[in-house]
Design a protein. Structure first.
Length: 427
């Protein structure tokens, strides 16, 4: 693909159906849990992306037998029964936050030395709360640059503590990583959360997946988890379509006044980001929840004031719907988005302004006022969600170009082709 792609506006409402690829969040979690299980697992519907390839390659380097067929969206994993076969490994994690955080936790149950690193942006993404928890457990763990970010070095002989604490105010992934390895610990484990827990639906997703593979977890209160050290049992497991990716297609219906059906998702999907549909309903849209599909129909949009802490990966999507509403939209409680692939608050506001849209940055979010986008080239900061969300502006206004469209390969390599296919009947 070229260094930019120009989005062609539609001439009318977009109507159609689409099934996004498998969830990145579930794909990477399922690979970790399957690697920890006793016996083999067959994962279907797996996402083919940079992040999932990073995870699969890392598990292979750690000695987990992993048969990958991304063309068929299938990964077969021979679980190591709660062990890490290799006693040393160097793992390269690109800019995959789920990979480096989950793999750091995974390596802690091993018996040896492990080093995990990533690209320049990864070396700016915090991992100290997870490292602090492992140090509590008696593991020799440190951030090599002493800045609380990767590269990470672990020297471990396994997880033998019966109690751990973790701060999850910057990312729920620290907690998810520790939860997933807990059934492979040497003792039953009490895992406590200190302070605020962001993105709670991702924890619910983690717990549901763990239980699907046989884990026994009790939650006596929202900040404490009791996990039995019984391990996992290999399973056949089908990955849901990616609800974060689905947000872009729901947004297409919202801003064009069309109707789009996303197949494979439903009200009780494991991914909390299906609640993005509720945000669009607040803005005036209509939703129909089927047994295995969700249909969003666009109506006249109104601005809203919304807390997006629990669905923060869709905040950029809503920010690109907001200019087409009849009043301002205030997005709140997403300060942790500054620690993602880029500072997703500053970057979004800057690029909205580049497109001539009235936007104001706040410490915890942003306010976007009704505006007609002007021709420009949107910078994407090597952030897949910047590219995918800002492409929406180009459906309603000419001259919107997206720089570095290949950055979508992190989670959705075929995004622009899928968007074009959905919209081509409305050109």
């Amino acid at each position: 693909m070229s260094s930019f792609v120009e989005v062609t506006p539609v001439s009318g409402p977009v109507r159609g159906s689409i099934r996004p690829p498998g969830s990145k969040s579930l794909s990477n979690r399922a690979m970790i849990v399957a690697a920890l299980a006793s016996g083999s697992s067959r994962l279907t519907g797996v996402l083919d992306s940079v992040d999932t390839r990073v995870m699969a390659t890392a598990l292979q380097k750690l000695g987990i037998e992993t048969n990958v067929d991304f063309e068929q969206k299938v990964i077969e994993v021979s679980g190591a029964g709660g062990n890490v076969p290799e006693k040393s490994a160097e793992l390269w994690c690109e800019n995959s936050g789920t990979s480096i955080r989950f793999l750091t936790a995974f390596c802690s149950i091993g018996n040896g030395e492990y080093r995990l690193d990533g690209n320049e942006r990864m070396r700016e993404r915090p991992i100290a709360p997870l490292i602090d928890s492992l140090v509590q457990a008696g593991i020799d763990a440190k951030c090599e640059l002493e800045n609380g970010c990767p590269p990470v070095m672990l020297r471990t002989s396994g997880l033998s503590t019966d109690r751990l604490e973790v701060s999850a105010s910057m990312s729920s992934q620290y907690l998810s990583g520790l939860l997933m390895i807990s059934p492979a610990a040497k003792k039953n484990l009490v895992l406590s959360v200190t302070g605020e827990l962001v993105s709670r639906p991702y924890i619910d997703m983690t717990l549901a997946l763990m239980r699907s593979f046989g884990a026994i977890v009790d939650e006596p209160n929202p900040a404490e988890f009791h996990i039995q050290a019984g391990g996992y049992v290999g399973q056949d497991y089908d990955i849901e379509p990616d609800a974060s990716a689905a947000s872009y297609f729901f947004a297409v219906a919202a801003i064009t006044g069309g109707s789009v059906t996303v197949e494979g998702l439903h009200r009780n999907a494991l991914q909390g980001d299906v609640r993005f549909v509720d945000a669009l309903v607040q803005m005036g849209c209509e939703a129909e929840w089927g047994e295995n599909s969700i249909t969003l129909t666009g109506r006249e949009l109104r601005g809203i004031d919304i807390d997006m802490n629990e669905i923060s990966d869709t905040a950029q999507t809503l920010a690109c719907v907001a200019p087409f509403a009849s009043g301002p939209t205030r997005i709140r409680n997403i300060a942790h988005n500054r620690l993602k692939e880029t500072d997703r608050i500053t970057a979004v506001v800057h690029e909205l302004k580049r497109a001539g849209i009235a936007a104001e940055e706040h410490e915890d979010g942003m306010t976007i006022s009704p505006s007609l986008p002007q021709p420009c080239t949107i910078q994407t900061y090597d952030d897949h969600r910047m590219a995918m969300s800002f492409a929406l502006l180009g459906l309603k206004a000419p001259g919107i170009r997206i720089a570095d469209p290949d950055c979508t390969s992190k989670t959705y390599p075929e995004y622009f082709e899928a968007l074009e296919s959905l919209c081509k009947g409305s050109r």
